[in-house]
Design a protein around this ligand. Structure first.
Ligand SMILES: C[S@@+](CC[C@H](N)C(=O)[O-])C[C@H]1O[C@@H](n2cnc3c(N)ncnc32)[C@H](O)[C@@H]1O
Length: 401
């Protein structure tokens, strides 16, 4: 494979931004790709994919380059890590001065050695490997492997404006082939990665990008047109938009969050989707109390570790800390206990996470149900990269008596 120096320089720069400046990988890649309008789609894919994969395999790559005990900050070290990644992909490196000291044999020998140590082979921090094993036992092996694969691009058809068959045809006309997803009616999965955000269909609000597992959550809440629904941790509204679509734009959704900038993004997306039944509300001291017993349906898509979506956000492996996990579990417990009071008697709520850890999911629900006997579990479901190829989501449908 022939490399272009500017592209490798862009990858090295992006990695420095992620690991030295502590910036988010997706934001960095977006910024780098915008910086040079002359790059074609193959150049862009080369930069994005290599950067993501090096972030994903960071611990393994540090091991094979003997940088495990070093804080990587020098530019030369990032060139070394890039070289190791390409060698493991079977490439022959070009004769560049940056690669002069690379010892291919040693890298391959270290790679063999790494196969004996799961946390290095699968490239995760010690604490994450321990918690995963503790909570999931044998299943953790399979999840780890599946989470290290590139995630598919999945679209959710906006059925207020089109249907999956028509959307599929529209994509075919511009050379993008998609497949349907069994049991997820409005989902289309791209056969090959493509920039769907630059399409007319996106600008016209015909679809949103949303994992298939995530697309199961809004239907789980059993909403009907005309209902009064609260989406209490709405963020930028991935699931709010889906709920509004299922409600055929009728009734009312109050979309709330503690971060105003997310709600502003939600409003922008709602306009693009042709949605008019959503009101956003920033959560303040008395918001929850004021909405006591007011909702027919309530979605609690709580903040979590994100351990179900690591294949999409590989930098979270290195940025997430065990202290955060402990704190977020307290927040989850407070949210389900306090926010559930917004539900009317006879109403239903969904508690959802994008984590594969039972301690953030089943166990939170169990604890809540023991302490709050007027609520009862109707059903629960899990998705995961290893079991169905979706991201790792948990959802529980709970009724208030
Ligand atoms: C999993 S994300 C929500 C994703 C969103 N529902 C979607 O589908 O795109 C969790 C959200 O909870 C918000 N959050 C954090 N603490 C909260 C709290 N105490 N009350 C309500 N929302 C909170 C975060 O800002 C974040 O947007």
């Amino acid at each position: 494979m022939k490399y272009h120096r500017v592209l490798v320089e862009a990858i090295v720069y992006a990695l420095q931004q992620v690991f030295v400046e502590n910036r988010q990988a997706d934001k960095v890649i977006e910024y780098v790709l915008k910086s040079n309008k002359k790059w074609g789609s193959r150049d862009r894919a080369f930069i994005a994919e290599n950067t993501y994969e090096i972030v994903r395999w960071w611990r393994l790559l540090k091991f094979v380059t003997q940088l495990s005990d070093t804080t990587v900050s020098e530019e030369a070290q990032f060139w070394q890590l890039f070289a190791a990644w390409r060698i493991l992909q079977g490439d022959k490196l070009p004769v560049w001065q940056e690669f002069a000291k690379i010892n291919e044999k040693q890298i391959l020998a270290r790679f063999e050695e790494a196969q004996q140590i799961r946390k290095i082979k699968e490239s995760v921090p010690d604490w994450m490997d321990s918690i995963g094993e503790q909570e999931l036992g044998e299943e953790w092996n399979a999840e780890l492997q599946a989470m290290n694969k590139q995630a598919p691009v999945v679209l959710r058809t906006n059925t207020l404006k089109t249907n999956p068959a028509d959307l599929r045809r529209k994509f075919q006309e511009i050379g993008i082939e998609t497949d349907t997803v069994s049991d997820v009616t409005d989902a289309l999965v791209l056969q090959k990665r493509a920039n769907v955000f630059s399409t007319e269909a996106f600008k016209n609000g015909l679809f949103e990008v949303q994992d298939a597992g995530s697309q199961l959550i809004a239907p789980f809440l059993e909403v009907q047109p005309g209902m009064r629904v609260i989406d209490a941790c709405a963020g930028a509204g991935g699931k709010t938009l889906h709920l509004a679509t299922l409600m055929e734009n009728k009734g009312r959704i109050i979309a709330m969050d503690v971060e105003d900038y997310k709600l502003q993004e939600l409003q922008r997306r709602a306009r693009r989707n042709g949605i008019g039944n959503v009101e956003t509300k920033l959560i303040e001291a008395k918001t929850i109390k004021r909405l006591k017993e007011s909702a027919d349906r309530l979605l609690l898509d709580v903040p979590c570790s994100g351990l179900g979506v690591l294949r999409r956000n590989p930098d979270a492996k290195w940025k997430l800390k065990p202290e955060f996990l402990e704190n977020i579990k307290k927040t989850q417990s407070e949210i389900i206990t306090n926010y559930s009071k917004m539900l009317k008697h006879g109403g239903k709520m969904v508690y959802a996470t994008c984590s594969i850890l039972p301690s953030e999911s089943e166990e939170q629900v169990k604890k809540f149900l023991v302490q709050n006997t007027e609520y009862k579990l109707i059903k629960e479901q899990r998705t995961s990269p290893a079991t169905d190829g979706f991201d790792g989501f948990y959802m529980a449908l709970i009724e208030r008596k």
